[in-house]
Design a protein around this ligand. Structure first.
Ligand SMILES: CC(C)(COP(=O)(O)OP(=O)(O)OC[C@H]1O[C@@H](n2cnc3c(N)ncnc32)[C@H](O)[C@@H]1OP(=O)(O)O)[C@@H](O)C(=O)NCCC(=O)NCCS
Length: 193
């Protein structure tokens, strides 16, 4: 199957504690519950949701992307409760270079329990094994070290700091760029088994 078809397909991805699945309009309450938190929104490029209408608008935008087969995010569902606790997905995919960038966010009451590491590993596996990508990037504001820790735990390597790369919440911010190549992924998996 071609990369583009895999992107369009976005199947559910299972991990020990999570199901990554496409979002639906029924997820508005769960999305609003954590996206209203300014701490969650601090280092991402969207603003904290001010009403459930903002969450519905986000879901309309995301479900439109599913329909038009543009890069999109999975909802992160906690298997135990069925609650949507975050999102993770591809910000862009370049067919010519077989490259993509991932981005993610998680409800604050779920931080530091290894959930995003678990989710990112599943998305990297999908990117390399199903989409046949060669390079997957991720970036985080230098003032958001927890995100860098997630990337390193998934065998991504820091390639440098991009100064003033983004204009976020009223100021230019530096970001650390991480990436993992297919050969790094294969090597890391060979070590594990
Ligand atoms: C960044 C984020 C995704 C991390 O998710 P998470 O599920 O808490 O991540 P994990 O539990 O898998 O790992 C977090 C790691 O960060 C570390 N960490 C947490 N706070 C830290 C800090 N202030 N400085 C350094 N490391 C920190 C934890 O110790 C842990 O590493 P360890 O397992 O080696 O101890 C989550 O905090 C989040 O969604 N934040 C808001 C949105 C956001 O910033 N998205 C990313 C944009 S690039």
């Amino acid at each position: 199957m071609l990369n583009a078809e895999m992107l369009m397909y976005m199947p559910d991805l299972r991990t020990p504690r999570l199901k990554l699945r496409k979002l639906t309009m029924r997820d508005a309450q769960d999305i609003y519950r954590y996206s209203r938190d300014p701490e969650v929104a601090r280092h991402v490029l969207w603003d904290a949701h001010r009403s459930i209408g903002d969450s519905r608008a986000f879901l309309r935008w995301m479900t439109h992307r599913y329909r038009t087969h543009e890069p999109a995010s999975w909802g992160i569902e906690l298997l135990d409760t069925g609650r949507i606790i975050g999102t993770i997905g591809f910000m862009w995919v370049q067919q010519d270079n077989n490259a993509a960038e991932v981005g993610y966010s998680l409800a604050r009451d779920c931080w530091n329990q290894g959930y995003m590491t678990e989710a990112l590993k599943a998305v990297l596996r999908y990117g390399f094994e199903s989409m046949h990508l060669n390079r997957i990037e991720a970036q985080h504001e230098t003032t958001n070290p927890a995100s860098g820790a997630v990337m390193r735990k998934c065998d991504m390597r820091r390639e440098g700091t991009l100064r003033g790369r983004l204009f976020n919440k009223g100021k230019y911010v530096d970001v650390d760029l991480y990436a993992i190549l297919r050969k790094d992924y294969n090597r890391a998996n060979a070590r594990r088994f």
